[in-house]
Design a protein around this ligand. Structure first.
Ligand SMILES: [Zn+2]
Length: 488
């Protein structure tokens, strides 16, 4: 009796260990290895070669194994919609007896044909657009509410939630598909710590579809964003299902949870239109560190109100929030970062202090990057991307070499993808050990210039928006802005 019980217990324990093992493997596969901070800087992305390995039935967790033929078909359809034909096929092949089922065999044939008819994206010309946090009501654009200076800044650098919806819908209607920065290249780590970067020649989309990359800058809800008085969200939170949403206080002082910024708004759009995302790709979020991240005051300087590095806004905020608990904010921000990663978002440095890297020395950038790591690495883990604040690159358009001490430093810290701002939409440069992309701002300035004949940058931005398939900007441009908008 006792022996039987012991045997049963051992069997049960073994099963449990197996199950946990499968879950861990699955977790690593689905997060591309970014889920744990122990992965190497270069290891936070899955190269295409690894993706191929990933799409075997063996790597799927038990919850992903279909239990009926219909379920296998339904699950495979979801991958098909996001152009992941290999995974769609492997899902079907994981169903026992699929090779005896005509419907399943026909689906495999369909996916095989669809993949064969796809065209490789030219990864040297993919447009990269970026947004800042969205404005959800008109307060932030009105001088009478936030003062002229702030109203002008908001009107220049931001788009409203409504404008965002128009831009994204137009791009979708014009055949654009979101790919991630990591999809553009294949990264192979080298023994010396550098990463060999090559063009991804197997980024496949159906004929007529066009790839684009998206990023969002400064996702901190800085104190200057008005703490709920300017129409911005105030922080990111998780809803009951664990999805990332935003907390936002409206004109009446009512606090709501919903899609009040780029990440949740895009997630919802992709839920409705899965074919807007390649293999489930999302954007890259560029973070500074000085005011914390995602609306949490995670900079360690906040721990002590007497810290000499704190500015007036930060001290005032601490005075208004006597219950502030730094550890709690870090824990909450980490949950948000993990949830965003699970949704497909990636992170980049935007420098700790929002510095213009063109104007700083290598030593200054080193000190700044060390601060970034101190305050953000515990929250977002390893990163290999830098999105330059103000678009201020560390070099002109000539290729980077390690003769440039700034590049030598950033490369030594594991950075592989570097993004500036460039009016030539789709500007891309592949080096042996890096990828550079030039971004186009989706903001009040570029929209105003694009829609206004005779403005000095009209031709540039009219062209850029036209390439993106965003037409008739004046029909959705928020007229509450202070115009003209003649400089960034
Ligand atoms: Zn910025």
């Amino acid at each position: 009796m006792r022996k039987r019980l012991i045997a049963k217990t051992i069997l049960l324990a073994a099963l449990l260990v197996l199950l946990v093992g499968i879950l861990i493997v699955h977790q690593r596969m689905t997060t591309g290895g970014t889920g744990d901070s122990s992965s190497s800087p270069a290891g936070d992305t899955v190269s295409t070669a690894e993706s191929a390995v990933e799409s075997t039935a063996a790597s799927m967790s038990t919850s992903e194994v279909p239990s009926t033929a219909d379920e296998a078909l339904a699950m495979s359809k979801k991958y098909e919609e996001q152009y992941d034909y290999d995974k769609a096929i492997s899902v079907i092949e994981s169903f026992p007896g699929y090779d005896q089922n005509q419907d399943l065999l026909a689906a495999i044939q369909t996916y095989t044909d669809e993949k064969a008819s796809c065209v490789a994206v030219d990864v040297t010309t993919v447009p990269h657009i970026f947004f800042h946090s969205l404005i959800n009501d008109d307060r932030g654009l009105e001088a009478s509410v936030v003062g002229e200076d702030r109203a002008k800044r908001n009107g220049t650098a931001m788009v409203t939630a409504d404008e965002f919806d128009h831009i994204i819908q137009d791009m979708y209607d014009n055949g654009y598909v979101l790919v991630s920065l990591d999809d553009l290249c294949v990264k192979t780590p080298n023994a010396d710590g550098t990463t060999t970067v090559t063009k991804n020649t197997s980024l496949l989309l159906p004929e007529g579809k066009k790839a684009f990359v998206l990023s969002e800058d400064d996702l901190s809800y800085y104190h200057t964003y008005g703490e709920g008085t300017q129409g911005y969200a105030t922080k990111m939170v998780l809803d009951k299902k664990g999805n990332v949403k935003c907390e936002y206080t409206d004109e009446n002082g009512d606090t709501k949870i919903g899609d009040y910024d780029v990440a949740p708004r895009l997630n919802t759009f992709i839920e409705k239109h899965p074919d807007f995302s390649y293999h489930g790709a999302r954007g890259t979020i560029a973070l500074t560190g000085y005011d914390g991240v995602f609306g949490y005051r995670t900079n360690d300087y906040y721990k002590d109100i007497n810290n000499p590095h704190l500015d007036k806004d930060q001290v005032d905020w601490l005075k208004e929030h006597p219950d502030f608990n730094w550890d709690e904010d870090v824990a909450n921000a980490t949950k948000i970062a993990n949830a965003l990663k699970a949704e497909g978002w990636t992170f980049a440095s935007h420098t700790y202090a929002h510095w213009n890297a063109s104007e700083k020395t290598a030593d200054e950038l080193k000190a700044d990057n060390e601060r970034w790591m101190t305050v953000n690495h515990n929250i977002v883990g390893d990163i290999d991307k830098i999105i330059f604040a103000f678009g201020g690159d560390i070099q002109d358009a000539t290729p980077y070499t390690t003769d440039n001490p700034k590049f030598a430093y950033f490369q030594s810290q594991g950075y592989v993808i570097y993004c500036n701002v460039d009016g030539n939409i789709g500007w891309t440069q592949f080096g042996d050990t890096y990828l550079r992309t030039g971004r186009v701002a989706m903001d009040g300035y570029t929209m105003y210039q694009a829609m206004t004949e005779g403005e000095k940058s009209h031709d540039t931005y009219a062209h850029d928006y036209q390439v993106l398939g965003v037409n008739d900007i004046s029909s959705f441009f928020d007229q509450n802005r202070i115009t003209p908008i003649e400089s960034e």
